[in-house]
Design a protein around this ligand. Sequence first.
Ligand code: RIB
Ligand code: CA
Length: 313
Amino acid sequence: MVPRKIIIDTDPGQDDAVAILLALASPADLDVLGITAVAGNVPLPLTEKNARIICELAGKPDAKVFAGCAAPLKRKLVTAEHVHGKTGLDGPQLPTPDMPLQPEHAVDFIIQTLRTEPAGTVTLCPLGPLTNIATAFQRAPDIITRVQEIVLMGGAYFEVGNITPAAEFNIYVDPEAAEIVFKSGVPLVVMPLDVTHKVLTTKPRVQAFHDMGTEPGRMVAEWTDFFERFDKEKYGSEGAPLHDPCVIAYLLKPELFKGRMINVEIETTSDLTLGMTVADWWGVTDRAPNALFMGDVDADGFFALLTDRISRF
Ligand code: RIB
Ligand code: CA
């Protein structure tokens, strides 16, 4: 089987880090053409540096990391240090990366790659605010029909918001970018909080990473130990929700997830519900379906996959 070509667009973030490790641990399934950093959990200088740290941890110093947009299309950047810590990867002590940042802007890399690779063969995997993707679509509309699929982490329906009562962080930070992506017509698979809140790093699951006795295993355990305190306090949950790895797990084992093809639109005007993903889960409108919106996941199967792959480093 030919590995699926993907671009990971990311704002590391401990959960982004686990997603990137999962992808890099699966070369027979996924060909990571590049990793494009965007401002989100922490500002861009940190997200691009964190992406390089993660690649080196995975033993892939030749991976291509690009810096993208430093701020949303029209709004001031909102970050999430309260969840991810000052560095964005708080938890373990981390080395300064040696591998270089690519000179091209991430948006130029996304445009160039989609124009060069055969149409319909590259999947975009956004794990943060959609600013890079939307900017690429605005600057080069010809690439939109060349995208195979977008599999993204963002939004919420039954779980409602995590950064406001109505909105999930990735969508809230840049709702105008999200609107461009959700209205683009590109085949969309959405991993909302409705599924990510079902893949919690319980103690036995974190212990499995410690028990690997490897640096990547230890990092994943220490990142999730740090990252979980926010959700435990807020939701009283037993562990951290591994939001972003759901995107990569879907590419590796789509049968782990269940969802519905529905219409999803983005609130971009109301201050009260800005960034809300208005998901027509019950089909009460005649708005055309535009996204496979996930509602359930086999959590044990997800962690079995994740543990197996991370143990391969
Ligand atoms: O709301 C969760 C999402 O926001 C995750 O992608 C996390 O990394 C942050 O970007
Ligand atoms: Ca993220």
